[in-house]
Design a protein around this ligand. Sequence first.
Ligand code: CA
Ligand code: CA
Ligand code: CA
Length: 347
Amino acid sequence: MLEFSDIKSTHLYVTSLYLLSAEPPGYESYFITTSALYRSNTKQYRCDIEKSGGRIVYRSNTSSIELIIEAQEQSPNARTEYASVLVSVLPSNLNPPVITYNSNTGYIFENSSVGARVYTDAAASTTLLKLAFTDPETSSSDLPVQFTTTVSAGQPFAVTQEGYIVLNSSVLDYEATTKYVLTVTVTKATSPWYSATVTVTVNVLNVNDNSPVILVPDNYSVTVTAGNYTTTAPRVIVTVQATDIDFGPPQFKLNRVVPANATSKFSVSQNGSLSVTGSLSPGDVFAVYVTASDLGKPVRSTEAFVVVSVPISCRKSPRKYLVYINEEETINATVYVPIEGQPLPLP
Ligand SMILES: [Ca+2]
Ligand SMILES: [Ca+2]
Ligand SMILES: [Ca+2]
């Protein structure tokens, strides 16, 4: 609505308010004007501009129209005044947004921090995965259109306005979940809120975040008969076993032996077999430390502990004892001979 007034005269009124011209030319016919006395005491007239019925303005033809409105007084002088009205042709809202992307398959390492972005390359180091959201009813000369972006519920990812997929929870664990399939929804900011969706698969990349696990968690304890074990026929006394859920199977090697001067008696194969060579005497006891290392980078290792003992040989029949012990006794509790209350005599 435009307002015009004629304040110089008591009897000369503005009587004609009409659309004089348009730029680009020809668009005068797309609009109509109606005018009326607005406030008689101040002789104000108003001019309403309306769209002419059925005439559609296409933004592909013009995005703005300048209308010139002329007001002419009633007096014989017929003096005139003009107003310029700039009409911006806004995008219609008849279509959903359009989603494009450089890839809908992404990669991210399991040890990534919150805020980390998803890449398109399997090394997760070169190219960020990026979605692009556009409104098919706008052009590059228009102001950027704002969209609402959401990711299907329960997924540890979000999408930024720029279209990057970011981690929003530090729950990634390749050993538990290797892949997330996200449904990304993009919604227009104005009614009727058209939306579009795209499915993005995010692969979790393995990191060497676990050390090998020795299958006998406390330690191995083995006995070896005294004797002389030659290098041509080394005696395998135990096979240490371990697993690694990141990068296995673990490889084994001898770390150290206590006492150290017995180190040369022991060797460990890559698969964990502990062998002995040389002479072992009754009563010998050795502590053998074996290292299990995974195949990750950097390598993670766990140590296995093997107690090797050589029993004292018995040259006569062993004495036999019948002993008692109370149930639920703890370690190092004393056992008893049949005479109740008498401790077991040592041989
Ligand atoms: Ca993990
Ligand atoms: Ca891992
Ligand atoms: Ca590992």
